[in-house]
Design a protein around this ligand. Sequence first.
Ligand code: NAD
Ligand code: UGA
Length: 462
Amino acid sequence: MIKNICCIGAGYVGGPTMAVIAQKNPDINVTVVDLNEQRIAAWNNTDLSKLPIYEPGLDNVILEARGRNLFFSTQVDEAIDKADMIFISVNTPTKTYGIGKDMAADLKYIELCARQIARVSTSDKIVVEKSTLPVKTAEAIHDILYQTCSGVNFQILSNPEFLAEGTAMEDLNNPDRVLIGGNIDTDEGKQAVQELVNIYAGWVPKEKILTTNLWSSELSKLTANAFLAQRLSSINAMSELCESSGADVDEVAKAIGMDTRIGPKFLKASVGFGGSCFQKDILNLVYISKSYGLTEVADYWEQVIILNDHQKRRFSTKIVKTLYNTVSGKKIAFLGWAFKKDTNDTRESAAIYVAHDLLTEQACIAVYDPKVIEERIYTDIRSLHYASEKNNTEGVFVFHDAYDCCKDAHAIAVLTEWDEFKEYDWQNIYNEMQKPAFVFDGRNLLDQKELERIGFIYKRIG
Ligand code: NAD
Ligand code: UGA
């Protein structure tokens, strides 16, 4: 029976996932550890509005479980040694150097975890891959654990996470499925899988808990993200065709989505998908396919990324062209910076790419986002290299009020689909803008007819 869980990595996955596991299993102690002291301090903050990630409903779960059987700590060794089960939930970004640069997943953080587990462990452990990993990673973890630690038995499981940010608590409470891969050909492997099944069975119906072999589980995660992103690139490709042909992409999406074989979800055309995972996981899939010599498979999936890059670039080009081919010195107000609504995460957000293109054209960018802090926006901008010779945050202004952000702007670009944008007094915003006043709606969020009645020139996707 599992009594103590340790989760290495207190990020967007480790934090919410472990909070729910602790909430649903009050008899199990769950300790989430991280090297990042600031992040752990934020998880321990008594002011729940200061948690390191914003996720609707997370604060209540933290309030219930933290200090009871949920703990956040920087004492990594201690938590590993005490645990019967260890989740590895660290980041697996795209490699930025060496072999596989800009494609393969960088597994150095995973390997460091495995080595640390091996160094510290004095009792048997079940090690669970929670991070998204290339197929066959469990083999490498197995080798490291068994070759650097003797006298301890390890079972390795794959339990990929399918939550989406912004709906993480709902996704965790009511998952479509939980996937557990293990070494099911051995009794020890089967028993380890069962231990993890028991943890989820506290709240997830049994028929939704799938058990598979390790490699199927690892590959299913990459496949799920690839299929989801492929749907988005497909509808975004259609959005361009709609703009050329006079069709309406939302109408097309509705029409095809009513076919039960296609289904209505994940068909909203936009300025392009963002988030920390779709791009990195597809690039990883491309890399894996190439390394098996499967050129056509690799090329097929790479096209999803190429189309997404095109969609982001197309949006910024449209702004420049519509504003009479120059945005130099013009104020463009960005509504939204997060990669989607209901999160403060900005990783790979389309807004960053659009800002890059417009700053290259010497525009002034004013940004308002309800949840992303100013420091994060400036950090994202600093990571761009559009202007090496000067401070590249010059020309970027962050506002805490949407109306101030839009005042005197030549154009507004809606980059995130925050609900509050629909409720604004658009007449008031129009009155305070430069004329003609443009709205580029990268999320097809606003009421086109109403905005045009007010006097805006309204441009949407598709
Ligand atoms: P994140 O960057 O938010 O969190 C990872 C954390 O791990 C960081 O706080 C980092 O400091 C910590 N860390 C790294 N190495 C460490 C070590 N050796 N010891 C202790 N802590 C260490 O990342 P995330 O968004 O939570 O993603 C984690 C994994 O989950 C990735 O593989 C990702 O692909 C996958 N995933 C993410 C999501 C999502 O919505 N973000 C959803 C499903 C799966
Ligand atoms: C995605 C998957 O949905 C999760 O199942 C997966 O666990 C996760 O990646 C991961 O592995 O990290 P996430 O990136 O958090 O979750 O959010 P999504 O809801 O998938 O949105 C991704 C991007 O696609 C966002 O920029 C969103 O605005 C965009 N999107 C989504 C659209 O443009 N249209 C849609 O119809 C849906």
